[in-house]
Ligand binder design. Structure first.
Ligand SMILES: NC(=O)c1ccc[n+]([C@@H]2O[C@H](COP(=O)([O-])OP(=O)(O)OC[C@H]3O[C@@H](n4cnc5c(N)ncnc54)[C@H](O)[C@@H]3O)[C@@H](O)[C@H]2O)c1
Length: 296
């Protein structure tokens, strides 16, 4: 069908949709929370969101000095107060509620959430001592801690975001969201290629696979309030988490199994996260794995 013109004289794509209008989510309307935001993928995501014009970004991480130093640097660079530092443990429910209360009092509601804080505690699930033949299994307290940080906490930060938008819409007398309204918020979980299984990562792989169920469930529920959910599965990315594995391991066990033959840069993952936030057609999973295909 040929293009027509809309009321402003601008051409449409032939089906009534203004092809000149930017249909992406306008970040200037949104306050975001990024956990694990002082370093790595979280930090790159906070910078990318600020660059894309987000109204405010709460950067949450363990060290008060680190989050404050990052916020000062970012606010100076962007020449506006855009990054707000919060120091605490993401598994602490009191802390989480206090961050949201603070942000809601300043910005109305928190509508974007990238819960990126994560840890690894890698070892074989069942280990055999070569000398004695004794077997020991992965310690339960370690398993619980990884699940707390990598699975339970991201889900709770996501649910708190959904509740924040739901409360805000309710205060405006809005009921079930319809597509006549703009998208009201987005949650992007950070999965991993390890969610498909990875030897030595029983706790981490379990947590990351669990996020897929959370994404699918919250995605179906949260659209009632106008929020979308999705999950990105990054491959090996150039952050402290991967550098800790050692250069030799990276060279021999990681790079040969990728198509790019290099680590992904955190900025590349942040760019994919921004795309997932801004494009309402994206739902479910995005694999940003540099062609990770481990040999059996
Ligand atoms: N680097 C990779 O190759 C890779 C690949 C796939 C997924 N991921 C995921 O991306 C996310 C970010 O990882 P990264 O590589 O940037 O790691 P990173 O170690 O560079 O950064 C993680 C940040 O999370 C913070 N953090 C950890 N536990 C916390 C807690 N309890 N409370 C508050 N903050 C906490 C750390 O202080 C750190 O700043 C994680 O969820 C990770 O599992 C990373």
């Amino acid at each position: 069908m040929a293009s027509g013109t809309n009321g402003n004289g601008a051409s449409t794509n032939g089906n009534g949709h203004d092809e000149w209008r930017d249909s992406r989510l306008q970040l200037s309307d949104h306050c975001a929370v990024v956990t694990g935001g002082a370093r790595g993928i979280g930090r790159a995501t906070a910078i990318a969101l600020a660059r894309e014009g987000a109204r405010a970004i709460a950067v949450v991480d363990m060290s008060a000095d680190e989050v404050k130093a990052f916020a000062d640097k970012a606010n100076k660079y962007f020449e506006r107060e855009v990054v707000f530092p919060f120091a605490g443990d993401v598994t602490d429910g009191e802390f989480r509620r206090s961050v949201f209360a603070d942000l809601e009092s300043r910005f109305g509601c928190v509508s974007l959430c990238v819960p990126a804080a994560g840890i690894t505690r890698d070892r074989l699930a069942v280990r055999r001592d070569k000398e004695t033949g004794a077997l020991d299994i992965y310690p339960e307290e370690l398993f619980r801690r990884v699940l707390d940080v990598d699975l339970t906490a991201p889900i709770y930060w996501a649910m708190q975001t959904i509740a924040s938008v739901a409360k805000h819409r309710e205060s405006q007398g809005l009921k079930r969201w319809t597509s006549a309204e703009k998208i009201q918020g987005v949650v992007i979980f950070i999965g991993s290629v390890s969610s498909a299984g990875n030897p030595g990562q029983i706790s981490y792989a379990t947590a990351k696979a669990g996020l897929e169920g959370a994404e699918a469930t919250l995605g179906a529920e949260a659209i009632f309030h106008g929020l979308r959910c999705a999950i990105i599965h990054p491959g090996y990315t150039n952050t402290a988490m991967v550098r800790e594995l050692g250069e030799q391991f990276i060279e021999q066990a990681i790079l040969p199994n990728t198509r790019l033959h290099r680590l992904i840069e955190p900025e590349e993952i942040a760019d994919a996260i921004c795309f997932m936030i801004r494009n309402a057609a994206v739902s479910g999973q995005l694999w940003a794995d540099a062609g990770w295909r481990p040999m059996a």
